[in-house]
Write a protein that binds this ligand. Structure first.
Ligand code: UDP
Length: 411
C-alpha cells in the first residue's frame, strides 16, 4: 500500500463569500454526476513545496463535493530522490541528465510503487515526474489517468525529456500551467490549467494589520520602518542574492529600508543549506537584512504576517514553474514586483497589478517608486487582489478538475 496522507475537512460553502455564488453553483452542478467516484492523487511528498500545499486544500474540497478522494505518497529512498532531484533540474533546463544507473533507480521505484498502488480507482491523478511511469506500468488499476505537471518544461534538457516522454505521452488527460510547458510529442488531451491558492488557509486568510505587525515585530522587524520581503525556498532560481542587491541599491536612497527573506528548508536538502549559507554571506552582516526559515518557527501564519505587513513584496525568480508565492503575496493586496519569467507574468500584468522586472536594478527602481508613492502601491495591490480572486483561488481549480473528470468519465 502507498502511504495515505491525512488531510482535514473543508467546506466549499465557506468559499462562497470570497469567490461568488456563480462559481460555487457551477462546481456543485459539475460534481453531482461524479458523486462517489474514487479518485486518488499520487505524489512524491506530503511536505514542502507547491504540490503538497495545493493538495491539502484540493483533496478535502473534492471530498466535500462528493468524490471519494484519497491522497497517497510514493515510497522512495535517498537514491530515488537524488535521481528525481536531478531529473527535476534537468527538466527545468539544467545540462546534466541522469546516468543509466539513476534512470534504472527511477524505474525500479516506479515499478515498486506501481505494484503497491491499490486497484479499482475511477481516476488516478499522478503529480509530477517522480511517479510518472505508473500509468504505463499498471494501466488496469484505474479507469482514467491524469498527469499533472507542476514544473516548467519550456526548455528541458533534450536527453531527459526524450527519455521521459514515452512515460507521459499516453496519459489520456494531462495538465500544464502554460502552453509553453507542453513538451513536443505530448499525446492525449492536454489541458492548460494553472494552480491556485486557498484563501481560507492560515497562510492566506485575512490578518489584521495589527496582528501582522505584531508577528513581524517578534522576529526583530522594526514595524515603523519600510519592509521589503521575499518568501521562497533558498534556491538559486529564486534569486535571493539578486533581492539583496536590489535592496542595497534602494537603501542608498532610503536608509530606513529593511529586507526579510523568508524561506522554508528541508532538513534533508544539503544543496538548500549551502545556498542558505551563501545568502547569509551575501547579506554580509547587515542588521536590516532578516533571513528567516522554518527552523526559526516561521510557519504559515508568519508567512501570512510578513506578506500582509511588508511595504513591497518581491519574487525575483529567474525561473518559476508557476510561483504560488506570487498569488499568495498579491492576495494580501500589497504591491508586488516579480521576475518576468515562467508563471509570474500569468499572475501579474506589468504596471497594472504589480511590476515585472528583468534585473536587480529594475527591481530596485520599482521598489523605490512604490515606496515613494503609497497611492501607487495601494492601487496595484487592490487590482492585483481582484485578479487573483478571479483566476487563482482553489474553487476555480476544483472546477477545472471536475470538468476533466467529466471528460474522462465520458471517454
Ligand atoms: N513556503 C512556505 N514557507 C517558506 C517558503 C515557502 O510555506 O518559508 C511555501 C509558499 O508559501 C508556497 C510554497 O511553499 O505555498 C512554494 O510554492 P511555489 O510554487 O512558490 O514554489 P516552489 O517552492 O514549488 O518552487
Amino acid at each position: 500500500m502507498l502511504q495515505p496522507v491525512a488531510v482535514g475537512t473543508k467546506s466549499l460553502t465557506d468559499y462562497t463569500h470570497i469567490c461568488g455564488r456563480g462559481l460555487i453553483d457551477e462546481i456543485r452542478e459539475l460534481a453531482e454526476p461524479l458523486k462517489g467516484r474514487r479518485v486518488v492523487h499520487v505524489s512524491a511528498t506530503a511536505f514542502g513545496g507547491g504540490v503538497s500545499e495545493i493538495l491539502y486544500t484540493l483533496v478535502p474540497l473534492m471530498r466535500d463535493v462528493g468524490l471519494e478522494c484519497e491522497w497517497q505518497v510514493i515510497y522512495g529512498r535517498e537514491e530515488f530522490f537524488n535521481a528525481t532531484k536531478l531529473m527535476h533540474n534537468a527538466l527545468q533546463g539544467a545540462p546534466q541528465d541522469l546516468d543509466e544507473e539513476q534512470w534504472a533507480t527511477w524505474m525500479s521505484y516506479n515499478e515498486m510503487n506501481a505494484r503497491e498502488l491499490s486497484a479499482g480507482w475511477d481516476v488516478c491523478l499522478v503529480h509530477d515526474p517522480q511517479p510518472a511511469a505508473m500509468h504505463q506500468l499498471v494501466p488496469e488499476k484505474a479507469a482514467g489517468w491524469v498527469w499533472r505537471c507542476h514544473i516548467d518544461l519550456s526548455t528541458p534538457n533534450p536527453e531527459t525529456i526524450e527519455r521521459l516522454l514515452p512515460f507521459i505521452e499516453n496519459y489520456p488527460q494531462s495538465l500544464f500551467h502554460m502552453q509553453e510547458y507542453v513538451p513536443k510529442g505530448m499525446g492525449g488531451n492536454v489541458n492548460i490549467v494553472p494552480p491556485a491558492i486557498d484563501p481560507l488557509a492560515p497562510k492566506n486568510m485575512a490578518l489584521s494589520p495589527e496582528d501582522a505587525s505584531y508577528v513581524c515585530g517578534q522576529f526583530g522587524i522594526d514595524i515603523d520602518r519600510p519592509l521589503m520581503c521575499q518568501v521562497s525556498r533558498f534556491d538559486p532560481w529564486k534569486d535571493p542574492l539578486g533581492v539583496i542587491d536590489a535592496y542595497r541599491t534602494v537603501k542608498e536612497k532610503l536608509p530606513d529600508l529593511q529586507l526579510a527573506l523568508v524561506g522554508s528548508m528541508a532538513s534533508d536538502d544539503p544543496e538548500g543549506w549551502d545556498f542558505f549559507n551563501a545568502t547569509i554571506a551575501h547579506a554580509d552582516g547587515d542588521p536590516d537584512v532578516h533571513i528567516l526559515n522554518n527552523f526559526n518557527n516561521v510557519g504559515s501564519i508568519e508567512v501570512n504576517a510578513f506578506q500582509s505587513h511588508a511595504d513591497v513584496l518581491v519574487q525575483k525568480s529567474t525561473r518559476e514553474g508557476f510561483g504560488l508565492t506570487v498569488s499568495e503575496a498579491i492576495w494580501k493586496a500589497r504591491p508586488f514586483i516579480g521576475g518576468n519569467v515562467g508563471g509570474i507574468p500569468l499572475q501579474v500584468e506589468d504596471g497594472v497589478t504589480g511590476f515585472l522586472v528583468e534585473s536587480a536594478e529594475q527591481c530596485a527602481q520599482r521598489t523605490l517608486e512604490i515606496l515613494k508613492d503609497p497611492a501607487l502601491g495601494k492601487a496595484l495591490g487592490r487590482r492585483g487582489k481582484e485578479h487573483v480572486r478571479t483566476h487563482f483561488l482553489t474553487p476555480r481549480y476544483l472546477r477545472d478538475y471536475l470538468r476533466i473528470f467529466t471528460e474522462l468519465a465520458q471517454s
